[in-house]
Design a protein around this ligand. Structure first.
Ligand SMILES: Nc1ncnc2c1ncn2[C@@H]1O[C@H](COP(=O)(O)OP(=O)(O)OP(=O)(O)O)[C@@H](O)[C@H]1O
Length: 771
């Protein structure tokens, strides 16, 4: 019987919620799907709902509520909220836990290592870098194992057997196509609970294709698994699989199901099928365990205390992870009507921004054959809403659209808009500065933008001085974390310049750092000696980009002889045109390596030390739990990718480069891989494999052929780009500023090479709408 004080508190807590959120407060067991619009307060509702459920069901340390979130920082955030409520309700903190999905899986798997097969004493989790290397090794092993299939890929379309072309194709397959195919196939299959033999089986039912792609995928997957097993390694998918394996044991399953009374999942649109399976299993009512006397489990499906909260319209991981909004949409539909709640009211944005986001959603849904969005409009909250300053007044027009002449002018106009905004704001002396962010589609745009903002000549005024703002470029911090890996790539090349792999690795770094233009690197790397030191009879390099690539490589090799080893890293940093903070990182790295190699400072020892740092990935601290708070500080202009901006918001959001070429993008296959498809319709093999595996996992009756799978991949990609734009637009509270320049870069690797490009179609439609 709740004490009266608590009853009052519970009532107040419920009253503080919006109607949609109250469905979470009123949850009394069983499944519940909550589909919520951006800014509607999902985590607020979930935290309050969790505290109320803990009180109602009198949960405690041995009967807990589990909250599952996507990132560690979200976990910390929601944990603080639930604790805050429990403190007021005088309830025990051990009545709940908050974990990421992988944290939860690891916890379960390592509890009974003998059953799950995962023992932290003997197994290690692979880091993403290690995983890439394993995939490369798996590719080599597969080529030996299945020479026939490999030869078919090599032959591709129209091959006359010419030796140089053969070498070029080999390089493309070994270093690009097959690793990408392996990566996609392994993740898609594994996170859906499929084994290599399942892929072979799906392949038998798929339309015939010349490469037997699903057999190739199965072979690569098999080799990868063998390598993991041989080396005592596990990957992220293995953690989930191991947890599921542990739960197959009736006693273990009974124990966890008793321990966990219910599961609340946030960001449910981003879960893979296997992850969902794990949560469903944990959320089921405990089945009688054999060792507890009753050996016959109940034939009924046990009730699942599973609350899944998400927004299918913010699913933005489906083209590079196996997550797909299809699954959460299915869960919502399966629980319709009584167990499906919608939180449609949101207090984040001013009305003009909500109207723009709603219009774009409707318009895109009508335009695409398969609507990418769930039909869900964002509504304002009523005037008495508890959120302070809900649906705030707009800044300027609320939504402002601009069509500057070119991308440089886009940045100039953006800079001026920020300046007037800050000046206007300063008139209202009592308010703290607004929060501001520029959202970009890729980091290279961020770099371009920052370089102009920091250059008073190009910008036309001194941004830092005139606005008093700091520029916080999140991408440059990420680039900083790349420093050890880039150094390793260049050092490996310097040590063994005749290795095609190392040469390619070094050239990639030079391309990424925009030292040399983007180009097909394969012709340069098939015969390194000829490329680096051509003889009089060798054909001369034909293009300026290739000549520039050679110049850089030879200067790197000269440095090996000219400089003592401990000077090499700073030299490489300068060669890559590192900025101040990257140079500082390179220096720190050099000092650390010097210390580790004081006995023997040969190149190979240095490389060994670097390799260790890269694979341990412990050089720079991994993202702090409060990283997100740093992105939204007032007094700075944050430059961040649209992907990273998810879950955050700012007073003013700037989207400066809305061009059709990137959003929604065109089907594109790298020219060097075109030999794998018919000239009229080139396809990306990893995309084909993804679409085929997904068709099976989604329960479609037919597996698409190569052409249809390629088309499907394009649809998926475009749908996701539109959702990404929706996420970006809905980050804005009071001003959403969008621009599409008439002249935009052909490719962002070379932002000076402009062409007359189309604006993103949503931009043009919003222009019409606002008029
Ligand atoms: N019932 C409420 N009372 C007061 N404030 C609320 C309430 N619900 C939400 N808020 C506030 O609304 C803001 C948005 O909430 P939140 O960030 O949880 O939204 P969200 O649904 O997770 O957004 P998105 O999906 O776009 O990332 C927060 O500042 C939160 O404090």
């Amino acid at each position: 019987m709740p004490i009266p004080d608590r009853t009052l508190h519970l009532q107040l807590l419920r009253d503080s919620l919006r109607p949609g959120q109250r469905r979470l407060a009123d949850w009394r067991g069983g499944p519940l799907a909550v589909s919520a619009v951006p800014g509607s307060g999902k985590s607020t509702g979930m935290a309050a709902g969790a505290a109320i459920a803990i009180a109602h069901f009198q949960l405690h340390g041995r009967k807990q509520l589990v909250l599952v979130t996507f990132t560690r920082s979200a976990a910390a955030h929601i944990k603080a909220k639930v604790r805050h409520h429990l403190k007021a309700l005088k309830l025990p903190y051990n009545s709940f836990i908050v974990q990421t999905l992988h944290g939860l899986a690891l916890n379960i798997a390592t509890h009974t290592p003998e059953i799950s097969g995962i023992d932290l004493e003997t197994t290690t989790l692979v880091s993403p870098n290690q995983s890439n290397r394993l995939i490369r090794t798996a590719v080599e092993a597969w080529i030996h194992e299945a020479p026939d299939l490999y030869q078919r890929l090599l032959a591709g379309h129209s091959f006359d057997g010419e030796a140089t072309e053969r070498l070029r194709r080999q390089s493309v397959l070994r270093t690009e196509v097959l690793p990408a195919l392996a990566y996609t196939a392994i993740h898609e299959a594994k996170s859906s609970g499929l084994q290599p033999e399942n892929l072979r089986h799906i392949g038998q039912n798929a339309p015939a294709n010349p490469y037997q792609l699903l057999d190739v995928a199965a072979g690569l997957y098999g080799q990868y698994q063998t390598l993991l097993n041989q080396r005592g390694l596990i990957d992220y998918d293995d953690m989930i699989l191991a947890a599921l394996r542990a739960l197959e044991d009736p006693d273990v399953c009974h124990r966890w199901q008793t321990q966990f009374f219910a599961v609340f999942e946030d960001e449910a649109q981003d879960s893979s099928p296997l992850q969902t399976q794990l949560l469903e299993k944990l959320a089921a009512a405990p089945a009688p365990a054999p060792s507890h006397g009753d050996a016959t489990p109940s034939p009924d499906t046990p009730t699942k205390n599973l609350v899944r909260v998400g927004d299918p319209n913010q699913a933005i991981n489906s083209t590079f992870t196996p997550a797909d909004p299809v699954f959460f949409n299915q869960f919502c539909d399966a629980n319709r009507p009584d167990r499906l709640a919608t939180i449609a009211q949101a207090g984040r944005s001013t009305e003009a921004i909500m109207a723009a986001a709603n219009h774009m959603l409707q318009w895109v849904n009508q335009r695409l054959a398969e609507p990418p969005f769930r039909d869900q409009a964002i509504l304002p909250v009523p005037p008495n809403d508890p959120q302070p300053n809900a649906n705030p007044a707009p800044l300027g027009q609320g939504v402002e659209l601009l069509k500057p002449y070119d991308v440089t002018q886009s940045v100039q106009r953006l800079g001026q808009r920020v300046k007037t905004l800050i000046n206007d704001w300063k008139q209202l002396k009592d308010e703290a500065l607004p929060t501001l962010a520029v959202l970009v589609r890729e980091n290279r745009q961020g770099r371009f933008l920052r370089e102009i903002l920091e250059d008073p000549q190009r910008l036309g005024f001194d941004f830092i001085k005139d606005t008093g703002l700091k520029i916080y470029d999140v991408g440059s911090r990420d680039r900083n974390n790349q420093v050890p890996l880039e150094m390793l790539r260049l050092m490996q090349f310097i040590e063994r310049p005749h290795s095609p792999d190392y040469l390619k690795g070094a050239l990639r770094v030079l391309v990424d750092r925009q030292r040399i233009p983007t180009q097909d690197l394969n012709p340069l790397t098939t015969n390194p000696e000829q490329f680096l030191y051509p003889g009089p009879l060798d054909p001369p390099l034909k293009t300026e980009p290739a000549i520039s690539a050679r110049r850089y490589c030879t200067s790197l090799l000269r440095a090996r002889f000219d400089l003592p080893p401990y000077h090499l890293l700073p030299f490489l940093g300068t060669t890559l045109n590192y900025n101040q903070s990257e140079l500082a990182t390179a220096d720190k790295l050099a000092a650390r390596i010097a210390q580790q190699t004081s006995e023997d400072s040969s190149l190979s020892t240095m490389i060994g030390a670097l390799q260790e740092i890269v694979s341990a990935e412990r050089f720079d601290a991994i993202e702090a739990e409060d990283a997100e708070a740093q992105y939204t500080r007032p007094g700075q202009l944050t430059i961040i990718t649209m992907h990273k901006a998810k879950g955050l918001d700012w007073d003013a959001v700037f989207l400066p480069f809305l061009h059709a070429k990137l959003i929604p993008g065109q089907p594109w296959v790298p020219p060097q891989t075109e030999f794998l498809g018919p000239a009229a319709n080139p396809v990306s093999l990893p995309d084909v494999v993804r679409a085929q595996i997904r068709a099976h996992v989604h329960g479609r009756t037919t597996i698409p052929n190569m052409a249809a799978a390629g088309q499907r991949a394009t649809q998926l990609k475009q749908a996701e780009e539109y959702r990404l734009l929706y996420v970006a637009m809905t980050r804005a509270k009071r001003l959403l500023w969008m621009s599409a320049a008439q002249q935009s870069p052909f490719a962002w690797s070379n932002p000076d090479n402009l062409h007359a490009g189309e604006p993103c179609p949503v931009f043009s439609e919003l222009e019409r709408f606002i008029e």
